[in-house]
Design a protein around this ligand. Structure first.
Ligand code: NAP
Ligand code: ZN
Ligand code: ZN
Length: 352
């Protein structure tokens, strides 16, 4: 029998229910575990999709949160990579089989039997789903824990653990760099990180937004040009101009309008995960031998590489700090695209 402790968390019991304070069990650290006191947790749109069961598969109670930054408060007997007092991060993955080809290649996100997600996955130790970072503390195997560069602000670093890696990984995979014109679609949590990271990789960045208010600001985030994607004339000016497009939109939208902006052999990678399918016209791909693809977060080693890259380039998220008690209003605002550009929960608010 595994020993557990009770900790305070914030989560929901049903798709239609608001998030509320609830109690959860965490295992006591086993030999390779570290116990982390959570300081900050970013609010990803995936938290909202999952809490509201928009991807059909949510186990309740559901405690979201996979952009975790905290301090280690205890370590198991055989932990060698970290010590008590270290400041660390936990992203979307807390375990995987460690044996399949993908795990061996550092692609734990595609683990064949399935990675263990930070929340809403079968827990390897307990009879519950895994519970995420909207909680006081979390216990994680040291092999799935990340080091935070010392020069970065902790709260603003939390969103790198999902929004950062989810944009960094495809930008690397599709070799984005100098001499390329890259589109970033949807300037939310993911999109604003995409602008900063693509720019730091040396690409020329074009931001596509539906929000008048972000139009003026996208350049401050690092975009070279900004396009109002609802304006047909502005869109037409970019036909056939982009080498690569990263689409981080959380809702239904016209994907063909963006495919038409790619150059011959260009790729559009989806990271946004809308609830409904996105119809693709055959001619959007045939004309110009274009690729339409997707990407999911990134492996553990690549997440560390991304954090180190962000440390070197002084990149963090633009955040709005909230108390955990404000999470339901934050979800409402996120649905309206009214976030600049990531909510981060000050977890001290849960301990009050
Ligand atoms: P977010 O902060 O809410 O940003 C989404 C952005 O999409 C909005 O800011 C808005 O940008 C745009 N948008 C929203 N509704 C739209 C509509 N109806 N038409 C056109 N544009 C619209 O969300 P996020 O946390 O960045 O996440 C974005 C998506 O990525 C979510 O679906 C999330 O679940 C998914 N995700 C995927 C992965 C992965 O591994 N692939 C990882 C994390 C998240 P503008 O205001 O600029 O138009
Ligand atoms: Zn996420
Ligand atoms: Zn595996």
């Amino acid at each position: 029998m595994i020993e557990t402790t009770n900790v305070k968390a914030f989560g929901t019991e049903a798709a239609e229910a608001p998030l509320n304070e609830l109690g959860i069990s965490r295992r006591k650290p086993t030999a390779h575990d570290v116990e982390i006191d959570i300081l900050f947790c970013g609010v990803c749109h995936s938290d909202l999709h999952t809490a509201k069961n928009e991807w059909h598969g949510t186990q309740y109670p559901c405690v979201p949160g996979h952009e975790i930054v905290g301090k280690i408060i205890s370590v198991g007997d055989h932990v060698s990579k970290f010590k008590v007092g270290d400041t660390v991060g936990v992203g979307c993955i807390v375990d995987s089989c460690r044996e399949c080809q993908y795990c061996q290649d550092g692609l734990e996100q595609f683990c064949e039997p399935g990675m263990t997600g930070t929340y809403n996955s079968p827990d390897k130790y307990l009879d519950t789903p895994t519970f995420g970072g909207y909680s006081e503390s979390v216990v994680v195997d040291e092999n799935y824990v990340l080091r935070i560069p010392e020069n970065l602000d902790l709260a603003a670093t939390a969103p790198l653990l999902c929004a950062g890696i989810t944009t960094y990984s495809p930008l690397r995979h599709w070799n984005v760099g100098p001499g390329q014109k890259v589109g970033i679609v949807g300037i939310g949590g993911l999109g604003h990180m995409g602008i900063k990271i693509a720019k730091a990789m040396g690409a020329e960045v074009v931001a596509f937004t539906t929000s008048e208010a972000k139009f003026a600001e996208a350049k401050r985030l690092g975009a070279d040009e900004v396009v109002m994607s609802k304006d047909k004339d502005q869109m037409a000016a970019y036909t056939g101009k982009l080498h690569f497009i990263l689409d981080a939109v959380s809702a239904e939208h016209d994907i063909n309008a963006f495919l038409s902006l790619l150059r011959v052999d260009g790729s559009l990678a989806l990271v946004g995960a809308p609830e409904q399918p996105l119809p693709v016209a055959a001619f959007s791909l045939i004309m110009g031998r274009k690729s339409f693809s997707g990407s999911m977060i990134g492996g553990i080693a690549e997440t560390q590489e991304m954090l180190d890259f962000c440390g070197e380039h002084h990149i963090t998220a633009d955040i709005e700090m909230i108390d955990i008690q404000e999470i339901n209003q934050a979800y409402e605002r996120m649905l309206k695209g009214d976030v600049k550009y990531r909510f981060v929960i000050d977890m001290a608010s849960l301990k009050k």
